[in-house]
Design a protein around this ligand. Structure first.
Ligand SMILES: NC(=O)c1ccc[n+]([C@@H]2O[C@H](COP(=O)([O-])OP(=O)(O)OC[C@H]3O[C@@H](n4cnc5c(N)ncnc54)[C@H](OP(=O)(O)O)[C@@H]3O)[C@@H](O)[C@H]2O)c1
Length: 215
């Protein structure tokens, strides 16, 4: 498949690299066509890797990942272009973190709304699936870095889109326990979980952490 990854940070590069390793063609998108970080990633990732603008990456991808800074995601997606997202699965990995009052950050949307839902309303023809935002980038594509079975959450309004991404999470990224939380309003819960994640990070002193839902 062809994947368009919006975002050149840790998350975009990590997910993009894994997708290339799985045999897919991946374009990493950013505000500029010649982003040097994307250039380094491309050189390391090999022939199936390319870089471009947000619009070029969104047009390229059959499936698109939003891996941009949460407070810039709407701008990045507008630059990507609604027509380039229409009908496509849009995997939203972003968190609505607000660092304006220092650490730990707060959330700039929550409780009765979420960033995932905000994106879905702004791009109604995209099929938004929220997932992976609850773990650090390296765990997203390699959950085996932690011993034992731990949990990934997925939610979204489009059942087929969710099934597509659940299969990628299970068979591609190696998540044995993927819990479908239902419609996209569940993004309120997985984004709010960041409050707990940030406290766990501070208390445990490691980014390599996740929850396992025992039932
Ligand atoms: N880091 C993690 O392990 C982790 C884990 C879970 C979830 N997340 C979430 O995943 C997302 C990506 O995180 P990250 O750490 O990889 O990188 P990040 O620093 O949060 O975001 C980097 C991307 O945001 C873009 N960006 C920044 N300001 C922008 C603006 N004004 N307009 C358009 N684009 C803008 C950058 O564009 P350029 O490429 O043009 O510079 C870059 O591609 C975030 O929402 C984060 O909360 C991160």
């Amino acid at each position: 498949l062809r994947y368009g990854i919006l975002g050149t940070g840790m998350v975009g590069r990590t997910i993009g690299g894994k997708l290339v390793a799985l045999g897919h063609d991946v374009m990493l998108g950013s505000r500029t066509a010649d982003n040097p970080t994307a250039g380094e990633w491309m050189a390391a990732a090999g022939d199936r890797a390319s870089r471009g603008t947000y619009a070029e990456a969104a047009a390229f991808g059959e499936i698109v990942f939003n891996c941009t800074k949460g407070d810039a995601s709407l701008d990045a997606l507008r630059a990507a272009g609604a027509d380039h997202l229409a009908g496509k699965v849009l995997v939203d990995v972003a968190n609505p973190l607000d660092f304006s009052r220092g650490m730990p950050p707060s959330l700039f949307v929550g409780n009765t709304d979420s960033l995932g839902e905000t994106i879905q309303r702004a791009f109604p023809r995209a099929r938004v699936v929220k997932t992976l935002n609850t773990v650090n980038a390296d765990l997203m594509v390699d959950p085996g870095r932690l011993a034992g079975t731990h949990t990934m959450f997925v939610c979204g309004d489009d059942a087929d889109a969710k099934a597509t991404i659940t299969a990628l999470l299970r068979d591609g990224f190696g998540w044995p326990d993927v819990i479908d939380l239902g419609d996209l309003a569940a993004a309120r819960a997985t984004e709010a979980y960041l409050h707990l994640w940030l406290r766990l990070w501070r208390s445990l002193g490691t980014l390599s952490l996740n929850v396992a839902v025992i039932r």
